[in-house]
Design a protein around this ligand. Structure first.
Ligand SMILES: [Zn+2]
Length: 231
């Protein structure tokens, strides 16, 4: 392989390393992203907490109803026991019974309202749970695929770097230094000749230039100064 051919192969390998490194970066970035999953989980936790709060409310109302029912039963027992003869005391007791019955009714209504809310939130919880599981399973498979991809990319990159090292070692050090200088200035040091034109700057080459390239000489493009390579 001519010197220029070797430089061109080196350049191609460097381009491939750069491109794979970019892909690896994107892949690693994606691995760290799971906002959708975090969001779904936090929504599920918030529904769960709301449900627990409602259940606690229902329990407290239930206790209050039990408490008032016991008192009501005792007052009713007193009222119909015949032990109380004082009319004023009887009237007071009747009023107490009425108040307690009203309170009991009010608590029972509240309990029904809370139970209805529990039903609604329970359905919400099972819906969100299904949704969360779907997102989690999607994320798991995506995550596994990304880890796989990153592993493959790292292997390919290190293989290419080895290849690049061997290629660079086979090139005349002065040529390599020149190549690196051009690369630093131009991005790409070697320009392919396509249909008689320098592919680096799209300038048509003279037949003399083309002839020198064909003869295996190292020729710079007169316009962009890149090293010309005929594939
Ligand atoms: Zn050029």
């Amino acid at each position: 392989m001519s010197n220029v051919g070797g430089l061109y192969q080196l350049q191609e390998t460097e381009i491939e390393i750069e491109s794979l490194t970019k892909t690896l970066k994107t892949c690693l970035k994606k691995l760290g992203e799971n906002e959708k999953l975090v969001e779904a989980r936090s929504k599920l936790i918030s529904i769960h907490n709301r449900l627990e709060e409602l259940k606690k409310q229902q329990q407290e109302i239930g206790w209050a109803i039990n408490d008032i029912s016991a008192k009501l039963k005792k007052s009713n027992d007193d009222l119909y026991s015949g032990r109380i003869n004082n009319p004023k005391e009887l009237v007071n007791l009747q009023q107490d019974v009425k108040t307690m019955e009203d309170k009991c009714k009010q608590l029972e209504d509240e309990e029904l309202e809370v139970m209805a809310q529990i039903d609604t939130v329970t359905s919400e919880q099972s819906e969100q749970s299904i949704c969360y599981k779907a997102i989690e399973s999607e994320w798991r498979s995506e995550h596994a695929a990304l880890i796989d991809e990153a592993k493959q990319l790292k292997t390919s990159i290190s293989q290419l770097k080895e290849k690049r090292k061997a290629m660079a070692a086979a090139i005349d050090p002065k040529m390599l230094e020149y190549y690196n200088q051009l690369k630093a200035n131009k991005g790409l040091a070697v320009a392919v000749i396509v249909q008689g034109m320098c592919h680096g700057c799209r300038i048509s080459l003279s037949s003399a230039e083309l002839q020198r390239v064909r003869a295996g000489q190292v020729v710079e493009c007169s316009s962009c100064r890149r090293i010309l390579y005929l594939a």
